[in-house]
Design a protein. Sequence first.
Length: 306
Amino acid sequence: MPWDPRPLNDGREIPSIGFGTWKMGNGEAPITQVDQAISVGFSHVDTAQAYRNETEAGIAIRESGLERKEIFITTKYSGLDGLDIRTSINNSLKNLGVSYVDLYLIHHPRLAVPDIPTAWAEMEAIQAEGLVKSIGVSNFEVDHLAILLASAKVKPAANQILLHPYVYARQLPMLEYAAKHNIVIEAYSALIPITTFPGGPVDAPLLLAWTKAKGAVVITTQTDVIRNSTSSKKDRLLGYLNAGDLQLTADDILSIDVAGAKGPPYARRFARQLLRVGGGRRLLTAGLLGTAVVGLMLSGHLRFCS
Ligand SMILES: NC(=O)c1ccc[n+]([C@@H]2O[C@H](COP(=O)([O-])OP(=O)(O)OC[C@H]3O[C@@H](n4cnc5c(N)ncnc54)[C@H](OP(=O)(O)O)[C@@H]3O)[C@@H](O)[C@H]2O)c1
C-alpha cells in the first residue's frame, strides 16, 4: 500500500493521507466531495468545528456504507461559540452522528484556555471516557508542546501543522522535537507552492511525495466538483493517492529542500525588483508590507481560520 497507516504513540494507527473539509461550506457540496473522496479510496476524513460542515461529513461517511471502524475521523476543538472542550466534543459527535472520533485536536494553541495544561487535562478526560480515541494538537510550536508535556499524563498523538517546502526550514525544529517524543506530524497545505505561489519547480504529486518523505501524514483536499462530469476532479484525487507510490531519491528530496529554502518565486522576484530599483520611500514601504504579508502567509498566521 502506497499510503501505509502510521503507528501512533497510543498504540493506534492513522491512515497516512487524509481528506480535509475546510473551505467546502455547507449543503450538498461537502457531502458530494467527501463521498467522492471515500469512493476513490480515502479512509481518513479531517474536519473541525470551525469548518461548520461536520454534519455534512457525517452524512457522507454514513452514506458510504463503510463500517465505523473502516473510516478514521479527525475533528478539532476550535473554541466555536466560546464553548468548552467537553461541550464541543459532544456537539461534534452529534453533528457527525458517531459515538467517538478517532482523533481530536486542539485547533490552535491560543484556544487552549485558560492555559495549555488545563485544556490538555480536559482532553485526557474525554479520551478516558471513550469520546475520542486519540488526542492531539494543531499549530503548536516547540514551546507550546514543551509546556504541554511538562504536565501531560498522555502524550499528544499528533500535531497538525503547516508544512511545505517554503516553510520546511522554519518547521524543522518542530519535526525534530516531534520525532524525539514520538508525536506524528500531520502536514496541511502541502500544496501551497502550487496553489498560492505557482511557478516554482514542483507539482502536486511531487509535493505530496516530498511531504510523505519527511515522515508526515498528509492532509489535503479537493474542493470543486465539476457538475455533470466529475471525472477530472476524480483524476486529481486519484493523483493524490498515486503520489504515495512515488519514491523520491535523497537527491530529489535535497533539491526540493534547497529550492524551498530560497522561498517562493513571487518573493524572490519581489526582492530582486527592490534591489534593482533601489530607494524611494513608497517602494520601500510597499516592499516591507509585501515581505510582511508573504512572511505571514508562509508562517501560517494568515491561514488560521482553517
Ligand atoms: N489545522 C489547521 O489549522 C489546518 C489549516 C489548513 C488546512 N487544514 C486541513 O488541511 C486540509 C487541506 O488544506 P489545504 O486546502 O490548504 O490543502 P492543500 O493540499 O495544500 O491544497 C488543496 C488544494 O490544492 C488544489 N490543487 C490540487 N492539485 C492542483 C493543481 N495541480 N493545480 C492547482 N491546484 C491544485 C486543489 O484545488 P481544487 O479544490 O480546485 O481541486 C485543492 O483545493 C483542509 O481541508 C483541512 O482539513 C488544517
